[in-house]
Design a protein around this ligand. Structure first.
Ligand code: F6P
Length: 342
């Protein structure tokens, strides 16, 4: 019997279960059995796997998170981990593994493919939308919608109280969520990691708005934004290897209050952006990705990642997706400029 493995690695996001469901349905139609590998690459190393069939994957299309569990991936595995993973892969009888993840998950998969003969097909997920070689990584649309709804809610309270509200959204290295949710929510200022912030310039602009009678401002900021002259806002978390935000929203809010004298509040949206049910768009894209991933396995196109290019499902080499992060589209900055500080 032909066998496909599937794992979900790195940060979770809405749409993971839709991919799992799509892979199982398509694979069964093609005569494969599907093995679910638990908790990302850890499951392969620890031989923690289970069979996925129609029953297990029924009713999960709209469920957030991942029924397989995940683990935040490190960029590389140790030699002992690699050996264990390869041994378990060979023993399992799997023809290939579909690795659903972001940069680190895909990097490990690609290394296992190139150096150890593990057949890998990648599927891009990331609420940050920062993978290259694909116009879109699923999970992003849901995150943008959640953040937009929060901005709408904060808008009304900011206006009523004549306050500045700083809204910190996710995005350690790129500002995709900030810029898209900021545009959709009508933010007055959008601050992203791609462009360091001049805090004095920002405060002057906020004061100008006040002079024009706009007594409130909504400022959306990505967690990885750098404020010129102040400490870098990222640090390693104490537990685990992840880099996390050092409260850039709070830093900016404090500086604004101090420099303008206007009452300022901060709202950190955090993991709310990653949880819950996927939007219709994320369900559709993840379903299309899952079906294509099985087709690539069937055709023996390993070392490849499914991708969305000009609204068509294509595939590219995994190495091209992970070599460089996809920064925010310059066109979007032009849009932001039109509305900024008005
Ligand atoms: O990579 C996805 C992401 O949600 C980032 O936007 C965020 O910086 C990070 O993960 C948060 O990671 P953790 O769940 O470890 O706090």
């Amino acid at each position: 019997m032909k066998k496909i493995g599937i794992l979900t690695g790195g940060a979770d996001c809405p749409g993971l279960n839709s991919v799992i469901r799509a892979v199982v349905r398509k694979a069964m139609k093609e005569g494969y059995v599907v093995t679910g590998i638990k908790n990302g690459w850890n499951g392969l190393i620890e031989n923690d796997m289970r069979v996925l069939d129609l029953r297990v994957t029924s009713g999960i299309l709209d469920r957030g998170g991942t029924i397989l569990g995940t683990s935040k991936s490190v960029a590389t595995l140790s030699l002992a981990q690699i050996n264990q993973a390869v041994e378990n892969y060979n023993r399992s009888g799997m023809d290939a593994i579909i690795a659903v993840g972001g940069e680190n998950t895909l990097r490990i998969g690609y290394d296992l493919y190139v150096n150890n003969g593990v057949n890998i097909v990648g599927v891009p997920k990331s609420i940050d939308n920062a993978l290259s070689g694909t116009d879109y990584a699923f999970g992003f649309d849901t995150a943008v919608n959640v953040a937009t709804e929060c901005i709408d809610r904060l808008h009304t309270t900011a206006e009523s109280h004549h306050r500045i509200i700083v809204i910190e959204v996710m995005g350690r290295y790129t500002g995709w969520i900030a810029i898209e949710a900021g545009i959709a929510g009508g933010a007055n200022y959008i601050l992203v990691p791609e462009v360091p912030v001049d805090i004095d310039e920002l405060c002057e602009s906020v004061k100008e708005r006040h002079k024009r009678g706009k007594m409130f401002s909504l400022i959306v900021v990505s967690e990885g934004t750098i404020v010129e002259g102040y400490n870098a806002p990222l640090e390693k978390s104490i537990v685990g290897s992840n880099i996390r935000s050092r409260k850039v929203g709070e830093l900016i809010a404090n500086l604004i209050e101090e420099k303008t004298g206007y009452e300022t509040r901060v709202s950190v949206l955090g993991h709310i952006q990653r949880g819950g049910t996927p939007t219709a768009y994320d369900r559709i894209i993840s379903t299309r990705f899952g079906v294509k991933a099985v087709e690539l396995v069937k055709e023996g196109k390993f070392g490849m990642m499914v991708s969305l290019l000009n609204n068509k499902i294509r595939y590219i080499e995994i190495k091209d997706a992970i070599k460089k992060r996809k920064a925010v589209d310059k066109e979007l900055f032009k849009i932001v400029d039109v509305f900024s500080d008005q």
